[in-house]
Design a binder for this molecule. Sequence first.
Ligand code: NIG
Ligand code: FE
Length: 424
Amino acid sequence: MFREVFFNVNQADAVVVAGKVLTCSDDDVPHPCCGEDMDDVGEIEEGALAIRDGQIVETGFARDLLRRWQGEVYDYCDCTILPGFVDAHTHPIFAGSRADEYILRAQGASYEEIHAKGGGIASTVRATTEATDSELEELTRARLNLMLAHGSTTIEAKSGYGLNTKEELRELRILRKLGDELPIDLSVTFLGAHAIPEEYASNPYDYVKLVIYEMIPQVTQEHLADWIDVFCERGVFDVAQSKRILESGMAAGLGARIHAEEFCYLGGAKMAAQIGAASCDHLQNLQADDYPILKESGIIPIMTPGTSFFLGTGKYAKGREMIDFGLPVALATDFNPGSNFCLSMPMAISLAVLCLKFTPEEAIKAATVNAAHSLKLGDKVGSLAAGRQADFVVLNTLDWRSWPYSYGVNLIKAVYKRGSKVVG
Ligand code: NIG
Ligand code: FE
């Protein structure tokens, strides 16, 4: 007590010292970043974090924090630490493999052709439905752990490979269970509107009604999801159907997200912005006319360059243009069995630099602070500031700007969740 009064030394659980700390936050009021702010990761040389009860209590220069805080010192002098990644769009719960389709696509078949012939999402729905609860749980657990090993400490996870009430609820229950068990913040999304099941092909509106009148009430009654999402696309759900589904979910208390303009422009992102959705994702075919509406609404556009890469379409979202316009873009893997079988956020960051023309700084901020805001978690995760969770990644280099350059390689030395080492 005396010591605290006279020398102003406070007790922390740990002081993490690093050659470089990227705070990804320039002030204490959490907000999504846009414009030039995207290009500033808040680098502190010879920096440190003081941690207590799983939270950051102070971020600053190591020499200052070591004077002000007492506690175990973790020494990462040769490393860079940055916020744990927030993967804001994933489909991790499924069984079966679509490796055959990936080979077909490499030889020229398109994703939409495969989908129209009953492959694609429908084939994963069949395999998933056949899996037992424990098989599905184990497959999903392994994937989430692998995401964590690649630095993702907060993950948005969608259902969507059930397409009937019983199966969709099963997937959501498993996701909730894994969210409770694993050292990951799991934000769960109900994506019953991921495809029109084969048995509804001739009367798709009946499936829309099933989602609205049967699935949503049960999902919300059991608190199985935080979000509702819809695949708004040519041959799947049109804008009017998507709007009805999202508005019904919102009326039941879910936040809204949308898959929009992935294969063609329909206007789904604009609609989502107008009804107050939190994010619009993919956007490979978004038109610049929609930027002002997106900007005004505060919706977060989520880039998924891994999907463009894996599908081999050569068609990337105009992320550079969106940043230059002032949109608070975020980044996600879109990990799924069909259109991107890659769960690595470092790879998404490399692709953002290479294919979306982001600077490394912009890619890192899109993958952390802005992704966190897209999940309405920006006050808890996505940046290293006092009051946030001590979720961080230790990179095995000081030259963090060159880190996206060594693409496809995992240079992560350790991952911490709420102040505890969970990887490394
Ligand atoms: O985000 N677009 C819809 N969902 C996934 C693809 C899912 C699948 O092919 O299984 C996506 O690209
Ligand atoms: Fe998706």
